[in-house]
Design a protein around this ligand. Structure first.
Ligand code: GLU
Length: 284
């Protein structure tokens, strides 16, 4: 099997050691297998991303010794590809418009006495799932803003066996009913950006022929959604490798706001890539 990995950062801040770890794991995996490494810019969230960070992250990755082909795919240039995928799901009756605000969702959860809690927060209580098509269409026609959510139960009904995917660190993962209960009707087309991470990442991984997805454990649960979307859209399922997250001295996950831990700051302090690799436990 030929290997293609990718690193897919969002240019919404400076890269830190945690990003370096992820990028190097993907790069090392590709190199070890004589494969390709792709850099993709995940910048659909125009509220948070900008070109300046894109240039800076490329500088950081070049410093780490990574090489990639230019031009890189920038997701914001391909919103139509993602909208087409959403149209396909909507055409199959798997999406419904959701007009709820965050506040309304929390109020509804409180009224219901709670909701399962997934990696993305409390699960959507399904308020808008029961709106009739006419009601939804009328509210859209009246100019109300809306997201499109996946009707998870309807989607799962299309499949007779449980979803499985492969993780090189954790083995075969079977997505259980409990896992799905913690996911619920996720947003696939956001109110503001008219697409979503879940759709964009699945489309681009398929389009770019990514065979192995190397990324942090923080996205482990998202993979359940991704394999479902791959099946619904007729896309191949890659192999995954979710690695441990890099934490600071206090055991806290590194975040883009921790300025002192950025790669730029480390470089400035005179840290070499070899030293950084050693600190991250990544021998050459
Ligand atoms: N763009 C995502 C991030 O920066 C990574 C997505 C992925 O690796 O699937 O967190």
């Amino acid at each position: 099997m030929s290997v293609t990995t990718r690193f897919a950062p969002s240019p919404s801040g400076l890269l830190h050691a945690g990003h370096a770890y992820s990028a190097l794991r993907a790069w090392d995996f590709a190199t070890k297998h004589g494969g390709n490494f792709i850099l993709r810019i995940e910048d659909i969230d125009f509220n948070r991303c900008n070109r300046e960070y894109e240039d800076l992250l490329k500088r950081d990755l070049a410093w780490l010794g990574l090489e990639w082909q230019e031009p890189t795919r920038r997701q914001s240039d391909h919103i139509e590809d993602f909208q087409q995928a959403a149209d396909q799901l909507a055409g199959g009756g798997l999406l419904y418009p959701c007009f709820c605000t965050r506040k309304e969702i929390l109020a509804e959860i409180e009224r219901a006495g709670g909701a399962p809690h997934g990696s993305e927060g409390p699960v959507y209580p399904g308020t808008c799932r029961s709106l009739s098509n006419d009601e939804g269409a009328a509210r859209i026609a009246a100019g109300e803003n809306y997201a499109l959510r996946l009707d998870l139960s309807a989607a799962l009904l299309r499949f007779s066996t449980a979803f499985e995917w492969q993780d090189l660190e954790s083995g075969t993962i079977t997505v259980s009913a409990d896992d799905w209960a913690q996911i619920g009707d996720v947003v696939l087309v956001r109110k503001d950006i008219k697409t979503s991470y879940h759709i964009a990442v699945v489309i681009d991984d398929a389009l770019q022929g990514i065979s192995h997805i190397v990324r942090g454990k923080d996205l482990f649960e998202s993979t359940h959604i991704h394999v479902l979307l791959q099946a619904l859209l007729g896309l191949p399922q890659p192999v995954y490798l979710h690695h441990e997250l890099i934490t600071d001295r206090d055991g806290k996950r590194l975040a883009k706001r921790d300025e002192s831990e950025t790669l730029a700051a480390l470089r400035e302090k005179g840290v070499t890539v070899a030293q950084l690799r050693e600190k991250l436990g990544l021998s050459l």
